[in-house]
Design a protein around this ligand. Structure first.
Ligand code: GCO
Ligand code: MN
Ligand code: MN
Length: 388
């Protein structure tokens, strides 16, 4: 009997803001007490997590004095080493403070843009202090409600200037960061620039140091607009750009719900875990989610344990999928073709093109070939539902 107990090798991480979420929403105040970073580290370690990530302001309040800030960082580092956790990812809060109400790197006010760069530089310094190697950029307020007020082309250029600047800063300081860009279609702004991971993949190609920059796709953000998250991540992996991942869940076409991993989208997330495990992705499996507002302080740990346990269940199901003789034989049948003809469609050469031109295809026979997807999908469902 599998126990599905996480270990450090599973590389599960949580943000301080996830387990520390107090249940505030636009309609109601906090329902849980504040959780200190130290307590978060203790509890996550006991549950078998590998690491904990943070925004600059999660560790030290934005207006902390230098002495206070130094003490908080010192205590956090001690807790990490006492409880055997690492902090592989860091990020900047460029959305909470009112100064960012019209965006950070894309704000219309050049002083706000400069302040945002300064805050990101300082947060990168802080990340390095605790050993972070991945730096996430989620453009929380990089968007607009009023397109008359901000030219969308200018916004893209401003965002590029900021990233080019920060890539150079990282190199100049001798930091080893890889940047991961996180897309979201809307919320908290009416519309956000770079609404999907695909938008970022296109944008990255225009950067000065594109090799340093990849993506941090989040399940819920793509599902807010009805996309297939498994396909989104597959494209990022194929492009060599999956630098980090935000795991959670979401009912389609709604506000950003940040639900426990696997709370809703069982089939998609099964194929996601299978993909992550088989693709050679070696980064953290980061849960960017929070527990239901109805939970109390203890319920948070049911939520955190649930995210990891469901991931491990999917991982075990993926193993069984690969070992299932009937599933595998259907898969071979579906992809079988005529080897003689397959040879015609390798990389282009004039000879191959000539050969392909001469093949006599039996279009009717190809169109008649059985494609037993019904049976395959039913077997997948039965495997996931535990009767297979
Ligand atoms: C959200 C976002 C954030 C970011 C985090 C790190 O749902 O609001 O996903 O949680 O991931 O701020 O940049
Ligand atoms: Mn989210
Ligand atoms: Mn996220």
């Amino acid at each position: 009997m599998k126990t599905y107990m996480p270990t450090k090798d599973d590389k599960f991480t949580f943000g301080l803001w996830t387990v520390g979420n107090r249940g505030r929403d636009p309609f109601g105040d906090a329902v849980r007490p504040a959780l200190s970073p130290i307590d978060a580290v203790k509890r996550l370690s006991a549950l078998g997590a590998y690491g904990v990530n943070f925004h600059d302001d999660d560790l030290a309040p934005i207006d902390a004095t230098p002495t206070e800030r130094a003490r908080l960082i010192r205590e956090f580092k001690t807790a990490l080493s006492d409880y055997g956790l690492c902090a592989p990812m860091a990020t900047t809060n460029l959305f909470y403070d009112p100064v960012f109400r019209d965006g950070a790197f894309t704000a219309n006010d050049a002083s706000v843009r400069a302040y945002a760069l300064q805050k990101a530089m300082k947060a990168m310094d802080l990340g390095v202090e605790v050993g972070a190697q991945i730096y996430v950029f989620w453009g929380g307020r990089e968007g607009a409600e009023v397109d008359a007020g901000k030219d969308a082309v200018t916004a893209v250029k401003r965002f590029r200037d900021a990233l080019n600047f920060l890539c150079e800063y990282s190199r100049d300081q001798g930091y080893d960061y890889r940047f991961a860009l996180e897309a979201k279609p809307n919320e908290p702004r009416g519309d956000l620039y770079f609404p999907t991971t695909g938008s970022y993949l296109g944008f990255i190609a225009t950067l000065d140091h594109k090799e340093m920059v990849g993506v941090n796709p989040e399940v819920g953000h793509e599902q807010m607009i009805g996309l297939n998250f498994y396909h989104v991540v597959a494209q990022a992996i194929e492009a060599g750009k999956l630098f980090h991942i935000d795991l959670n869940d979401q009912k389609f076409l709604r506000f950003d719900q940040d639900l426990r991993f696997g709370a809703e989208s069982i089939k998609t997330l099964f194929f996601l875990v299978k993909l992550l495990e088989e693709s050679g992705y070696s980064g953290p499996r980061h849960f960017d989610a929070h527990c239901y507002r109805t939970e109390d302080a203890e319920g948070v740990w049911d939520f955190a344990a649930g995210c990891m346990r469901t991931y491990l269940i999917f991982k075990e199901k993926a193993r069984r999928f690969n070992e299932d003789p009937e599933i595998q034989s259907l898969l071979s049948e579906i992809s079988a073709g005529d080897p003689a003809v397959a040879d015609c469609s390798g990389p282009y050469s004039r000879a191959r093109a000539q050969m392909l031109r001469g093949v006599a295809f039996d279009r009717a026979a190809l169109a008649r070939k059985r494609l037993p997807y019904e049976r395959l999908d039913q077997l997948t469902i039965e495997l996931l539902l535990g009767v297979r």
